[in-house]
Each structure stands twice: as C-alpha cells, then as structure tokens.
Design a binder for this molecule. Structure first.
Ligand code: VGL
Ligand code: ZN
Length: 232
C-alpha cells in the first residue's frame, strides 16, 4: 500500500478534503469508450458547428489509449430528414415542433449520408475502434442516442452488442454534450451500464437551457461526471 492508498485513507478519515483526492479510474476489458458524433458538421466550418468542438479531439485521442474497446457513432441522416428545419415550411433552425414521438428541435441540414460533413474528423487517431454505429437514418425519426431512436423504442442494436461482448462500464465523450452525449448516457443507464461522461472530452450546443438540463438529468440518472485526468 503506497502513498495513494495512504492519502485515500486520510481522505476517508476526513483529514484531506475529498475533492483533493480521487481514485484514478482504470478502464478494463469490461469497459468501452463511446466516441459520439465527432463529425465535420459539428466541427468548425460545419453546418451545425459546436463551439470549441475541435478541442475534444486531442482529449479523446489521449484517453482512447487506455481503452481496449472503443465504439464510435456517426449521425447519418437522409436528405430532407425530419430533424432538418428545411423540411418544414416556415420553420427555422433551433425552433421546435411536435412530432408523433414528442418535441423535436429543428436543426440546420447536417450529417447527410455520404457527405464530407458526415465524415468522422480526420484528426481522430483511434485505430483500435471496433464498431461505428450510424444513427438517425430513418427519415421520420431522429436519434440523438446511440442506443434507442427518438421514438423511444427502435433500437440501434448497441446495447445487445456491448452485452454480447461482456462490456458493463461505459465512458462517453464527444459532441454534443446536451444532445447526443446526454441521450446516449441516459439510455446507457436505462440499459443497466455503469456510465461515466468525460466532461472535458465533450462540448455542448446549449440552446434554450439544454446544457444545464442535460447535466441535471444525467446526475439524476446516476451518470458519473468525470474529467479525462481521472482516467489512468
Ligand atoms: C446532434 C443535434 C442534431 C448531436 C445530432 O450529435 O448532438 N445534435 N443531431
Ligand atoms: Zn442529427
């Protein structure tokens, strides 16, 4: 038992404020990193650019070195997708509409199948990534989550894949914190995974209070909020 264990015991005993000591988290074979939607449309110059989105790339590349299992996602819409403002006459991006499955934020056209905007960032350097899940490809249903489409029932197959591979612990990073990252993390909890969001490996869109709401929802659902420096 070395210095770290000693310091930990001191923290537990109340001698060291707990915020000064946190155990490093070491990803094991039952852990997977989910890299959400690090695609050109969400990066500078993209049609739905997330502020400072490019800053997640080096952080994700660094933490990915600690993971044997990495899954990436790609938002992958049809032309004229229901989530595009341009598909609804008189509607502008960031307005909302009511669809059969609930409230839908309308977006600029983005991540259209096969376009350069839909491509993953060329700066991602994660050669061991084993699966790319595409989502949002049904014309009339959006899918922020990597697990379940916005109708709340159509599955992408990701939970079954991870369970078949004996993965129980998920670390979520990418874009955008308040949409695809948050919905993925919430669904991960619903599917029974231990779930961490690596906050400095994410950036948010923040429309109509969405970022604060996303963190509150994730906290309530038992999603653990960590920093990349917490990962060994
Ligand atoms: C996303 C809005 C629309 C995301 C995808 O990746 O968070 N946000 N489509
Ligand atoms: Zn989308």
């Amino acid at each position: 038992r070395g210095v770290v264990a000693g310091l930990g015991a001191a923290a537990v005993a109340g001698l060291v404020p707990s915020r000064l000591w946190a155990a490093a988290i070491k990803p094991d074979d039952a852990s997977a990193l989910l890299v959400i939607d690090v695609q050109n449309c969400f990066l500078p110059g993209g049609s739905l650019a997330v502020k400072d989105g490019e800053q997640v790339v080096p952080v994700i590349n660094k933490i990915a070195k600690s993971f044997a299992n990495v899954v990436m996602t790609q938002d992958w819409h049809t032309p004229g997708h229901v989530s595009f403002a341009s598909a609804h006459s008189g509607k502008k991006p960031f307005e909302t509409i009511d669809l059969a499955y609930g409230k839908q934020v309308l977006w600029p056209d983005h991540c259209v199948q096969g376009t350069d905007g839909a491509a993953l960032s060329k700066d991602l350097a994660i050669p061991q990534a084993e699966l790319i899940i595409r989502k949002g490809f049904h014309q009339d249903v959006d899918s922020y989550s990597a697990f379940t489409e916005a109708d709340g029932k159509t599955t992408t197959g990701l939970a079954a894949y991870l369970k078949a591979r004996n993965v129980t612990r998920l670390f979520v990073a990418g874009l955008a914190t308040d949409f695809c990252v948050a919905w993925t993390a919430l669904d991960a909890r619903k599917a029974g995974f231990e779930t961490y969001v690596v906050e400095d490996a994410c950036r948010g869109i923040d429309t109509q209070g969405s970022l604060a709401k996303a963190w509150a929802d994730m906290d309530k659902a038992g999603v653990k909020r960590i920093k990349s420096s917490d990962i060994a």
